[in-house]
Design a protein around this ligand. Structure first.
Ligand SMILES: [Zn+2]
Length: 572
């Protein structure tokens, strides 16, 4: 359908001529175009005239009369051809009417209509303000006008390709200033009031008449898919077209009263997330506005009898300048999760600086994030983990669940790329950190990890020293303790950053592994509730943790080394 369509000016027949297309397609397209012309010709002339004289663009008229779907099959159809079709409807019908003496309803003086009537008084459509005529101010404030949906889609596709040469799919979002929605309400109300009892209007279904936003999307979606070589769906890659009112109207105070109707706040540039948040939090105001708007249109409808389309014109007077248009394309965050292993006692989980001095030689966050980010070609990353271990504690065994959030990835990782990431991290020469089970997660991954974190059990291996020889009875004592409750006051070593609290924790079980040739050292394997301070459980923290290994064995106990050997969580 993307073939060139040019208007034939050579004779009286206004049927557009089609070129540069395969013969079969041409025949098919000519047939479809004929059907479209017939549909346009069948539109109620008096109503088309009303909208023409109002200053509505051809695409708005097609939209309001339910021809949007048909028009969208001709993305290359130039605006002039559409105008010509509508012109033929009005002028042709008038001629017919004059000949046959038809009694069909007409506005007075319509017989004198000439094609000059169709030169719009206003630079832009009074309803969509140029959106469906593809008129807008670009980011350099230069006025741009594209002649067809195809030409407009081309601009969008080019700007997408510049930033993201390769995308696997996309979703198209359109954001319009409130004044456009206001205009739509006014026009719909006008149509209901003026044509509500007419046969053609009663036959129309609600879905026939689509909004400006949907009409814009519909007009360019197929072409965008072709030009970008991919499908549109609920993709994490977003193409966002944001129409904004001119600088002048942005400087107007918020909620200014115009014609007794409140304007919605338009002077803020939102990111998609902020906008959603503000729409949610401000839903009451929005509802109030809608009610107010309803009252306005109701009042307006009552006045219609007296004022007719002049009143509609007045209602649509609020904006008459084309909007600024901002193209934005971005990838929603991608989440890559798995479990990490930390083999070093000198690597912190996240980058840890004290007075400009780095603690430890590296961080898990930087090693993993720094390896994944370039492969996804993202703008940045955030690292989240299910709990943390101290810098001098190794993370072994099953590893600890983590996820990395990649912002605006230009490359969506494939299965192979994920494997490549895993290899890259695991084959680093210094062997400080490793990963396993690396995979792409959906946006619920983060919540899943946080949920599991509170319930999880953790297993440790601790190298313990006691102040007297360790004997078999000690070993039996420790192994016999199961589901033991302990009380822990916030450890002295973290009191400077944690509030002083007393927490009840559970030691699920303990096992002792003797170290050959040593009587005061042993390896303690233990499984505890999440959040237990293990170092304090061993030495007692000056009595702040009770009972402790020291208090149970009745001697001094010190912890020399600690490894996390398992983090029991279902996720990752
Ligand atoms: Zn329009």
């Amino acid at each position: 359908m993307a073939s060139e369509v040019v208007q034939d000016n050579s004779g009286g027949d206004e049927r557009p001529q089609i070129s540069n297309s395969a013969a079969a397609n041409v025949a098919e397209e000519v047939e479809e175009l004929k059907l479209l012309q017939d549909a346009v010709y069948a539109l109620p002339t008096h109503a088309v005239k009303d909208f023409f004289s109002l200053g509505a663009c051809a695409r708005c008229i097609f939209r309001l009369f339910g021809l949007c779907q048909k028009i969208s099959s001709f993305p290359s159809l130039p605006t002039a051809t559409m105008n010509a079709m509508l012109e033929k409807n009005v002028l042709g019908r008038d001629r017919d009417d004059n000949c046959s003496g038809s009694a069909e309803r007409k506005d007075s003086g319509s017989q004198q209509l000439s094609s000059q009537t169709f030169v719009l008084e206003h630079a832009v459509c009074r309803i969509c303000l140029g959106i469906l005529d593809y008129v807008y101010h670009d980011e350099k404030e230069i006025l741009v006008k594209k002649d067809s949906a195809y030409e407009f889609a081309k601009i969008v596709a080019e700007s997408v390709k510049q930033e993201h040469p390769q995308i696997d799919s996309f979703s198209l979002e359109v954001s319009l200033p409130p004044v456009v929605m206001d205009n739509e309400q006014v026009v719909r109300s006008f149509m209901r009031k003026k044509y509500g009892s007419e046969h053609w209007f009663l036959q129309k279904t609600l879905t026939d008449c689509i909004s400006i936003k949907d009409a814009l999307k519909l007009s360019i979606l197929d072409t965008l898919e072709k030009l970008l070589g991919t499908k549109s769906n609920l993709s994490t890659f977003r193409i966002r077209l944001t129409y904004e009112t001119s600088e002048e109207s942005r400087r107007k105070p918020d909620n200014e009263e115009i014609d007794g109707c409140k304007r919605r706040k338009t002077n803020m540039l939102y990111t998609a997330d902020e906008k959603q948040a503000s729409e949610t939090s401000g839903s009451k105001n929005f509802a109030e506005h809608e009610n107010k708007q309803y009252e306005c249109t109701e009042g307006f409808a009552k006045d219609l009898e007296g004022h007719g389309s002049d009143y509609l014109k007045f209602q649509l007077e609020k904006e008459s300048q084309p909007f600024g248009l901002v193209f934005l394309c971005y990838r929603c965050p991608i989440y890559i999760g798995g479990r990490y292993l930390k083999y070093s006692r000198n690597v912190s989980q996240t980058c840890w600086m004290i007075e400009d001095e780095r603690m430890g030689e590296a961080s898990v966050e930087e090693i993993i994030g720094g390896s994944i980010l370039p492969l996804c070609q993202g703008d940045g990353y955030k690292f989240h983990a299910a709990g943390r271990e101290d810098i001098d504690v190794r993370m072994l065994g099953t590893g600890r669940p983590f996820l990395v959030e990649i912002q605006n990835a230009h490359q969506v990782p494939s299965e192979e790329l994920i494997k490549e990431m895993e290899m890259k991290i695991n084959s680093q020469e210094n062997k400080l950190v490793g990963v396993k089970n690396l995979k792409i997660l959906d946006n619920k991954g983060w919540a899943l990890m946080r949920e599991g974190e509170a319930e999880k059990q953790k297993q440790y291996a601790a190298l313990v020293w006691i102040s007297r020889p360790f004997n078999d009875d000690d070993s039996k004592t420790l192994s016999s303790l199961q589901e033991m409750q302990i009380l822990q006051k916030t450890p002295i070593r973290v009191l400077h950053r944690r509030s002083p609290l007393e927490r009840e924790k559970v030691i699920h079980w303990m096992k002792v592994e003797k170290i050959a040739g040593s009587c005061q050292y042993f390896l303690l394997h233990l499984c505890t509730q999440a959040g237990t301070y293990i170092k304090e459980f061993v030495h007692g923290d000056l009595g702040r943790t009770h009972p402790s290994i020291g208090s149970i064995l009745g001697c001094r106990a010190e912890i020399l080394q600690l490894d996390v050997t398992d983090v029991k969580m279902d996720c990752f």
